[in-house]
Design a protein around this ligand. Structure first.
Ligand code: FAD
Length: 410
């Protein structure tokens, strides 16, 4: 299926494709083998204008849309999942949350990081708060004109290489009363008390570190607190809205990996001969290829649709339902398609000398990170049924902020 792209988008896609299939593809195996962050690829992305391309022109970016970014990310991920993910985080998630909800000064401050080649880190998940993200215990205590942050995050993509961090924490006022959950902008080399902890030995996407981050009396100027328009009490939901862009981005990396593995598997089918003829002539394999092609087409339609969608109430971010459906479908499709691509290669597919082995490992993450497939199904079901689907045993546990305030005052 051909999706309508403007002339500019076709040119953008062609430029991204040339870069991806040139130097990014050549580096991909080495990035995986050395497990080192691909600074060379980042420099290629930066020079091409792909780091911070969604940043508004006013702040120095190209002012491109999420859909434009999706076109670029898909190309990068089709040869290197790690580079695809860097392109996601340099254009979506933390940076788009700050650019949407931040003060003018915060926007100017944050924009310069991806534009200079930094992949911002979004810090939500904690050892005891994964799918139940709002159970986080990292706290930010107001002390005069600073917030003092203490706590621990884990599985933070880019830990140790990212400079700009958006840290989510429970906020307490000077009297110790809880205010809700807010975001805090921290620049790694401009603060003390932000320690990079252990790195996870990951299955795939090995060129990008996943680490613990420990906050020990990390002082953040109050002017770097990201308070969404509806205030702290309802702020977490609003801040998480920005995550819908990142969710579409994650789905795009999955789509790119599926499409990339399909492309090389298709070539192999035409090339490899057994029983005196190309294996592409065997109907069993033709049908596998047809299913793979269909899964990719469906995933692409959902992703592109989600990228141009907008959530309710004038949201600048993709619609939560569209983003959830797109990421759910694309991530599961990627697991299946990359795995089938490996199968089509026979023993060669099982060798680390063939990119499909890496793509299988890289694709596996996307049904987990950024909202598991199970949690996305719950979200989708809730929207379809028009029901809130509380996951705690006794339904919603609404933290009684007023009561807490009164107790504090007493
Ligand atoms: P858990 O929540 O403990 O879930 C365990 C299992 O139970 C899962 O299968 C889950 O689907 C299932 N489950 C849990 N609750 C329910 C329920 N109510 N109904 C049905 N099933 C349920 N986080 C960040 O903040 N920043 C990052 O940059 C980041 N990067 C990541 C990168 C990678 C490679 C990975 C793997 C994770 C990353 N994460 C990041 C964390 C990610 O968002 C969490 O892993 C995810 O939210 C799930 O949390 P968990 O791993 O603790 O699983």
């Amino acid at each position: 299926m051909t999706h309508h792209l403007s002339k500019e988008q076709q040119a953008l896609q062609a430029r991204a494709r040339e870069l991806a299939r040139g130097p990014i593809a050549s580096n991909a195996a080495q990035v995986d083998a050395t497990e080192e962050y691909p600074w060379d690829n980042v420099e290629h992305l930066r020079a091409a204008g792909f780091m911070g391309m969604t940043v508004a022109k006013k702040y120095g970016g190209l002012g491109l849309s999420f859909f434009d970014a999706v076109l670029v990310i898909e190309e990068m991920a089709s040869v290197c999942g790690v580079t695809g993910r860097i392109a996601v985080e340099a254009n979506m998630g933390a940076i788009s949350a700050i650019l949407t909800y931040g003060t003018e000064a915060q926007r100017h401050l944050a924009a310069q990081f991806p534009l200079a080649g930094d992949k911002p880190a979004i810090c939500i998940t904690e050892p005891q708060a994964g799918s139940a993200a709002s159970d986080m215990t990292t706290r930010a205590d107001k002390r005069g004109d600073v917030y003092v942050i203490n706590g621990k995050k884990h599985w933070i993509t880019g830990g140790g290489v990212s400079r700009l961090h958006l840290i989510f924490a429970r906020v307490f006022d000077e009297a110790g009363a809880e205010q809700g959950i807010g975001g805090f902008i921290a620049i790694k080399d401009q603060c003390t008390g932000l320690r990079v902890g252990a790195r996870e030995p990951t299955m795939g996407l090995r060129g990008i570190p996943e680490t613990e981050l420990v906050f020990e009396d990390l002082e953040i100027p109050a002017k770097h607190a990201l308070i969404p328009p509806s205030g702290l009490r309802r702020g977490f939901g609003e801040l998480m809205n920005a995550y819908n862009s990142q969710r579409v981005g994650a789905g795009t990396v999955a789509l790119g990996l599926a499409a990339g593995s399909f492309r090389i598997a298709r070539e192999f089918l035409l090339d490899r001969e057994q029983f005196g003829r190309p294996i592409a002539e065997f109907q069993g394999l033709q049908w596998m290829l047809a299913d793979m092609s269909t899964q990719i087409a469906a995933a692409r339609s959902l992703i592109y649709g989600a990228a141009v969608s907008r959530g309710p109430n004038g949201s600048v971010f993709p619609d939560p339902m569209a983003a959830a459906q797109a990421k759910l479908f694309a991530s599961e499709a990627a697991v299946k398609v990359t795995n089938d691509a490996l199968q089509l290669f026979g023993a060669k597919g099982y060798s680390r000398n063939t990119p499909v082995e890496r793509m299988v490992r890289d694709a596996r993450m996307f049904t987990i990170g950024g909202g598991t497939a199970q949690m996305l199904r719950t979200l989708i079901a809730g929207k379809e049924l028009g029901m809130k689907l509380p996951q705690t045993r006794d339904g919603y546990v609404v933290r009684d902020l007023d009561k807490a305030k009164k107790e504090q005052a007493a």
